[in-house]
Design a protein around this ligand. Sequence first.
Ligand SMILES: *Cc1c(COP(=O)(O)O)cnc(C)c1O
Length: 439
Amino acid sequence: MSNEFWVEASSKIPLELKEILDYTMRHNIWRKKETINLIASENTMSPLALSAYVSDMMHRYAEGKPFKRYYQGTRYVDEVEVRVSRIMGELLGGALVDPRPISGTTANASVFRVLGKCGSRAVIAPVQAGAHVSHTKFGTLGALCIEHIEMPYDAENLNVDADKAVKLIEEIKPSFAVLGGSVYLFPHPVKEIADAIHSVGGKLVYDAAHVLGLIVGKRWRNPLDHGADVMTASTHKTFPGPQGGIVATRDEKLYKSIGKAIFPYFVSNHHLHRLPALAVTAIEMKYFGEAYADQVVRNAKALAEALAAEGFKVLGEHLGYTRSHQVVLDVRPQGGGAKAAQLLEEANIIVNKNLLPYDPPDAIKDPSGLRLGVQEMTRYGMKEDNMKDIARFMKRVLVDKEDPKRVAREVTEYRKEYTEVKYCFDINTIRDGKLYLLM
Ligand SMILES: *Cc1c(COP(=O)(O)O)cnc(C)c1O
C-alpha cells in the first residue's frame, strides 16, 4: 500500500478515529523512544513476548482450570496455561502458581477472600513502610469488610518494627498478615512476622507486586523460603511481562481454595492473551533474569548516590539508600512532589509524586516526595554511568531551574541510544531457528 493511498483513505476516515490512532501512535513514540521512564511500577515486554501477546487468544474464553474448562476450543490455551504455571513455579524455587488473576489487586482479593471473612482482622505493613491501597480498608480489604490494623513503624529503618509487630500479632491474633509494598526500599522482616502469625494460627501473605522480577533474578529474598504461606504479585513491574497477576504457594490445600476464589469470585475471562506473553517472559527471565536483576539493583544504588551528589535529599542514606529497584527523594527544597513531577514530565523524565513516611495522609495531592524506579531503563541497556546522567538532567530541571523544554530535547536525543530491550531473546534469530543471547 502506497503512502498516497493512506493519505487519501485517512482524509476520509472520521476525525475521531484519526485522532485516536494519532494519539496512540504519539504515545508509543513518546513513551517508548523519547522519555526516560522512572515510574517504579512499569516495564516493557521483550519484542518476542510482545509478538506472543498479540494473538487470537485475546478473543477467547477459558473459564475454569486447564483441561477442565466450561468451554470448548481451549486445547492450546490449556497447554500454554499449564506451562506458564510450571515455569513460574520453577522460577520461584518450586511453587504452585495460578496465573489467572488479571492484576495484582485481583490476586490479593482472591487470597484475602480465602484467608479472612467479613469481620476478620488482618495486620498489614504500615502505610509509611509502603503498604498498597489494596491492603487497606480503603481498597480490597475494605471491599471484603475485613478490618486492617497497621503494624508499628520503625522510622529509623524505614520498615516494619518487627519486635512491636510480633507483640501486636500475639495480642490481637489476626487471621492473616500482609507484607510487601509499593514504596519499597528495604525488605520487610518476613521470618519474624511469619513465626508470629503462625503461632496464633494465622497465615502470612507476601505481596511481591514490585519485587517479583528481583526475586526471580535472585536479588531479593524469596518470601516462600522464609515462611510466607502465599505470595501474590503483578507480572509487569520489575517482572517485565504483560499486565496481570499471579498467586504462588507451596501449600496445596491453600492453592486449591484460592483457585476456587479466583474463578468464579474475581475473574470469569482471565484475558488469555496474557498467558503466552507471560510464558515467554518467564523463559527469558530464566536465562537473563539474574543479570537483569543484578543490574537493576546496581543502577538503583548508583542513581541514589548520583542524586545525593547533585544535592538532592535521598531517603535511607544511613542504610545505603536502597536494596530494590526504587529510589525515594524528598523534594520539599525543590518545591514539593507535585511541582517537581510536573517539571520533570515537561523535561521528558516521567516519575510519580509520592507520600513520604513523615507526610500526613492528606498531603496526597502535593506530597513531599518522588518515587523513582530504574527497572525499565535498565531493560533498555542503561548502566551505572547512565544513572549519573539522569541525576544531572534532574538537577538541571529541579535545582538549576533550566527551561524543562530545553532539557526535554536533550533527553530525547539521549534516549535514542537506548531504544532496544535487552535481557531477552533476539526475535529475528528466533525466527531463523537459532537463539541469540542479547546482553
Ligand atoms: C501495584 C501493586 C499492587 C496492584 O497491582 P495491580 O496489578 O496494579 O492491580 C498490589 N500490591 C502492591 C504492593 C503494588 O505495588
